[in-house]
Write a protein that binds this ligand. Structure first.
Ligand code: ZN
Length: 310
């Protein structure tokens, strides 16, 4: 756990007090970025002054390069105040179920839905880490079907309604000492061998011990030690408890937060769910990741924390 974890606000009230002003947010960004003091990204120099003409921007005393505390974060060049970004990221990171654009709009008293939607979309995009490490050790994998709604469907979708289709999703959960650690979810086109092999190979490390039901598509994944369990009736949740719990939580989440998932951007919603699941015990890391802080600029122990949590 990083040294700054203990300093991160634990409650809404504490957060409000800590990040009440633009200056307080900028100070946090500065600390995360330059924990040992300012370092010019151009020449490596350590002397700089704060510009009076540009917000939270430092000019290097040696090479004169100007660097904003928001450079490299998703807040850079945004017209929204830093406090708004911080609030939105905090709500997104700490709500165990996440938050829709509509909820964000009302919680932050944003004037337009469009602004809230953009904010939520940008934060959600920050949830995918292309460098995340594959699952390993013992992994449960399975596939499921999720009903989706189209743009014009009502909030409550009656069963069998036209325009409502089904989406196929493959999932995997890493199990450590009988408890779930990290998960992966992916939209797939079918339950055939090609799709499921591609999913497994993209999600798990070589030599993973893969546990699935006896669906033939999981057989002979190269480089994986596979244990197929033949299921009796109603036994899937017993044989593969964690992936089944993940699927049922996903479906409940989709209905509860988004009133049903849409096919457009489904993978993004799956990524959001997985992001929150994988960081359920490291909300502080989730907050920083959402704002785009730390990927390149923080010291190694923090990067290690992120990698473990991803
Ligand atoms: Zn410089």
């Amino acid at each position: 756990m990083s040294g700054s974890e203990g300093r991160f606000p634990k409650s809404l009230l504490e957060f409000q007090g800590r990040f009440a002003t633009e200056g307080a947010c900028a100070e946090y960004l500065f600390e995360r970025r330059w924990p040992e003091g300012f370092v010019c990204p151009g020449c490596g120099g350590g002397r700089a002054w704060l510009l009076k003409t540009k917000a939270f921007t430092y000019e290097c005393a040696d090479c004169r390069r100007q660097t904003s505390v928001t450079a490299g974060t998703i807040m850079h060049a945004s017209k929204l105040p830093l406090t708004m970004w911080f609030w939105a990221a905090f709500l997104m990171a700490t709500h165990s179920n996440g938050i829709s654009a509509l909820q964000l709009q009302s919680q932050l008293s944003l004037g337009s839905y469009r602004t809230a939607w953009m904010l939520a979309a940008k934060l959600r995009r920050a949830m995918v880490n292309p460098e995340r490490e594959p699952l390993s050790g013992l992994v449960e994998a399975d596939e499921t079907i999720i009903p989706f709604r189209t743009k014009n469907d009502p909030v409550v979708v009656p069963a069998g309604r036209s325009g409502v289709g089904k989406m196929l999703v493959a999932g995997a959960v890493e199990i450590d000492d009988g408890r779930p650690r990290r998960a992966r979810l992916k939209v797939i086109e079918g339950f055939g061998k090609q799709e499921l092999h591609a999913f497994v190979l993209g999600a798990v490390a070589p030599q993973t011990r893969l546990v699935t039901d006896d669906w033939p598509s999981y057989q002979d994944v190269p480089g994986v030690r596979h244990n197929a369990i033949t299921l009796g009736p109603m036994a899937a949740h017993v044989a593969l408890p964690w992936i089944h719990r993940l699927f049922s939580n996903l479906k409940r989440w989709g209905l509860g937060v988004y009133h049903g998932l849409r096919k457009t951007n489904l993978q993004h919603y799956l990524d959001e769910f997985v992001f929150r699941f994988n960081r359920r015990r490291t909300r502080h890391a989730a907050f920083d990741t959402l704002l785009g802080i730390g990927a390149r600029t923080t010291p190694a122990p923090y990067r290690v924390l992120i990698r473990k949590a991803a």
